[in-house]
Design a protein around this ligand. Structure first.
Ligand SMILES: O=C(O)CCC(=O)C(=O)O
Length: 277
């Protein structure tokens, strides 16, 4: 028995926003019920075309070194991308995505890390199987509150063969962790009833609750899968360490109050309840 939760919502792409012009400011209200039910939302064409072009250029430039150093790695990763190119920095408060993140987390929203670029090579198995992101935490009961939200930007089209992330809608509300038997003996994710593969077009964005059960899938295609991920949290949580965390010197270069807050500046104990958002 793979799935014992009773909360598998199946509205899937019903959570998707109606097509929106990517330069306009997103109204998050219509998306919130679907996000609460399913644990994710799809924002088609969230990236303005000129920004998508600059992101692609920056992504390819940043990946040259890591790919040359370890060509056989299943996946290559560059951390703290917002510090490395202004195109990535633009994503942190993007009007077509950030209002949803702000609405989910709340006024004390901050970045959980400096953003990651991920390059997954063709003809490669899944590099990670079914999990919820804070599965390793002990003594934090389920169902869990919304700790973190992740925004994943597609820099190229992603079809069923291009290693789409897959998830099980509604499992962010499960009363237990993601079971180990969702992974086969070969370490690869099993096919599960109700699983949704997050395919889409270049420029799309997926926002997900990080406790939803999710997995990578094999890249059976001939193209590299290119994603950029930003994660957000409450101000009272620590950033992810291990080279992911935004450097204070970089944060101090920001002048916009919201960006300074997002980069972790300012007290987390704002007893006056005054936030930049
Ligand atoms: O990149 C993917 O397809 C999934 C990544 C994932 O599961 C994770 O980072 O937690």
């Amino acid at each position: 028995m793979f799935l014992s939760v009773t909360v598998l919502g199946m509205s899937m792409i019903a959570t998707a926003a109606a097509l929106i012009p990517s330069t306009s400011r997103l109204d998050p209200a219509p998306l919130l019920p679907g996000f609460a039910q399913d644990g994710y939302a799809v924002l088609p064409q969230a990236l303005p075309t000129p920004l998508l072009g600059r992101l692609r250029e920056a992504f390819d430039r940043l990946m040259v070194g890591p790919i040359a150093a370890e060509p056989q790695s299943l996946q290559h990763q560059v951390n703290r991308v917002i510090e490395r190119d202004p195109a990535f920095l633009e994503l942190i408060d993007l009007p077509s995505v950030f209002p949803l993140v702000r609405a989910i987390i709340g006024a004390d929203v901050t970045l959980a890390a400096g953003g990651e670029a991920y390059s997954k090579r063709p003809h490669s198995p899944a590099f990670i199987s079914w999990h919820n992101d804070f599965q390793w935490m002990v003594d934090v009961p389920y169902p869990r509150q919304n700790f973190w939200v992740r925004a994943t930007y597609f820099l190229d089209d992603i079809d069923e063969d291009t290693a789409p992330m897959a998830l099980l809608p509604g499992t962010h509300r499960a009363d237990h962790e993601c079971p180990a038997d969702l992974t086969g003996p070969d370490g690869q994710p099993r096919e599960l009833p109700g699983m949704v593969r997050l395919t889409g077009k270049a420029g799309d964005c997926v926002v997900n609750h990080t406790e939803i059960w999710h997995t990578n899938t094999p890249n059976r295609g001939t193209r590299i899968r290119k994603l950029v991920m930003l994660t957000y949290k409450h101000a009272w949580m620590r950033q992810w360490g291990d080279g992911h965390d935004i450097q204070v010197a970089f944060a101090e270069t920001q002048t916009d109050p919201l960006r300074r807050q997002l980069c972790g500046l300012g007290d987390w104990h704002r007893c006056d309840r005054v936030w930049a958002t």
